[in-house]
Design a protein around this ligand. Structure first.
Ligand code: ASP
Ligand code: MG
Length: 457
């Protein structure tokens, strides 16, 4: 069995769906379990619908639903009309009926909550509708092309916590259900199609697992099914040596360890959802990142570290971070100060990225999305607090960086014209990070890329 996940752009329109189906067709003998996202842009529209509904914007809500309906119906029409003339023209009545029913249920919920607060479970249902629509359309088309495909509701096996909009999978419960449900679906089919992103509480209330979580759904499913491989099909040639929008010379990386991929997924490389690495790693299942627009490209395989060479694999970054410095002479020669500082971060639910300490001060970095005002207010009870904005974190990621001769020297060389505010090498030797001024970030990344990956490296 293999798990293949297709993201929004891989099923964004009729042409993309055709390309995706031809990719699946080549894998029919491997018992593919296909996990899909919503068609590109649809989840955003559904979020807007939820907002408009709560704001009481009846007309705008209606418009969104009708544009969602229109978009999916015209995709169906285009797909049906493009079928090989030697095949019977597919009957679209049933799929159009499904689209109507799903969009009607959106409208029913929107009307019922117009101008009021939508309960989270209903919100989760509404926002997950994009995946119901896309999976039904891909399933319809596969069957129209003679590929025996079963449609499976992910809510039959993806049991989650009760955090309706940011739910966590209940892995033992998913494990209990998935194998039998999927085996049953394969009884009368050669492929099974299901949805990413959505789940259900043990009582049966709809949930979703957070933006971009379809990768995680696929990886988790691969793990519980003991899949031979997990394929994440997206619209880029795998994971790259740097963000190609910043470094035009960036190229695909052919192999990465799970640990390296997890570091890269933390920020910057948005190709994989950060949670998607662990399930594959826990069973040593190779996880491929492939391009549905360029299926012949070999992409990136993420696998066990024993098969991976030491050295720098990629330059990653977090463009907008803040640096918080706590200065306190009281810290000198005392113990327990750190725990007081981190107690405050814990109570405020803020995660720290980098940290550096001196005798009388501690500096940490946080993402710019963190509201630093209440944090600074609480920390100021411990000492003098300053918050520096408009900084960027740049990291070189790779296996066993400590063993890479000249890596640190190359970093210093690359940033010799810029100020480095912080520097840290993680104890796992997977990541060497620096903090620079935000306007310098692009130049620093390009110089690092040149020194590690260009010039014949
Ligand atoms: N459709 C969802 C989103 O846009 C889930 C995903 O694409 O992974 O966030
Ligand atoms: Mg994604």
């Amino acid at each position: 069995m293999i798990v293949m996940k297709f993201g929004g752009t891989s099923i964004g329109d009729a042409a993309a769906i055709r390309r995706t189906i031809s990719i699946i067709t080549k894998k029919m003998r491997s018992k593919p379990v296909v996990v899909v996202s919503a068609c590109s842009g649809v989840t955003n529209l559904l979020h807007q619908l939820v907002d408009f509904t709560e704001e009481g914007e009846k007309e705008k809500s209606e418009q969104i639903i009708s544009s969602i309906k229109q978009r999916h119906k015209s995709t169906v029409d285009e797909l049906a009309s493009g079928v090989d003339p030697k095949r019977p023209t597919p009957d679209t009545a049933e799929i159009n009926q499904k689209i109507d029913t799903l969009c009607n249920s959106l409208w029913t919920l929107s009307k019922a909550h117009m101008g009021g607060q939508i309960p989270d479970a209903d919100k989760a249902y509404m926002i997950s509708l994009g995946e119901y629509l896309s999976s039904n359309i891909v399933c319809f088309m596969m069957n129209a092309l003679g590929l025996k495909t079963a449609w499976l509701d992910a809510r039959h096996f993806m049991i989650t916590s009760h955090d309706y909009l940011t739910a966590a999978a209940d892995v033992p419960e998913v494990q209990k259900r998935a194998t039998s449900v999927i085996e049953r679906a394969f009884k009368n089919a050669d492929a099974v199609i299901t949805q990413g992103f959505m789940g259900v509480t043990i009582e049966g209330d709809p949930t979703i697992m957070g933006r971009g979580s379809s990768d995680y759904s696929a990886s988790l499913l691969g793990m519980v099914l003991d899949a031979d491989r997990i394929e994440i099909w997206t619209d880029v040639d795998g994971i790259c040596t740097a963000d190609p929008n910043i470094v035009p010379e960036a190229r695909g990386i052919s192999k990465l360890s799970y640990e390296e991929a997890a570091e890269l997924a933390r920020f910057g490389a948005k190709v994989l959802h950060p949670l998607s690495i662990e399930p594959a790693a826990s069973k040593n299942i190779p996880l491929y990142v492939l391009n549905s627009m360029n299926p012949d490209c070999e992409g990136t395989v993420v696998m066990n570290r024993s098969c991976i060479f030491d050295g720098v694999k990629s330059i990653s970054y977090n463009e907008n971070i803040r640096m918080i410095n706590i200065y306190s002479p009281k810290m000198i020669n005392t113990s327990g100060f750190m725990s007081k500082i981190f107690g405050i971060f814990e109570r405020q639910g803020v995660s720290v990225d980098m940290i550096s300490t001196a005798e009388a001060s501690v500096t940490v970095t946080v993402d710019a999305s963190v509201n630093t005002d209440p944090l600074a207010a609480a920390l100021s009870k411990l000492g003098n607090v300053t918050v520096d904005r408009d900084k960027s974190q740049v990291s070189i990621i790779g296996k066993n960086l400590i063993g890479v001769k000249g890596a640190v020297a190359a970093v210093f060389e690359a940033v010799s014209d810029s100020k480095i505010y912080m520097m840290s090498q993680g104890s796992s030797f997977l990541n060497l990070s620096i903090v620079v001024d935000r306007p310098e970030m692009t130049a620093v990344i390009r110089k690092l890329h040149k020194s590690f990956f260009e010039n014949g490296n």
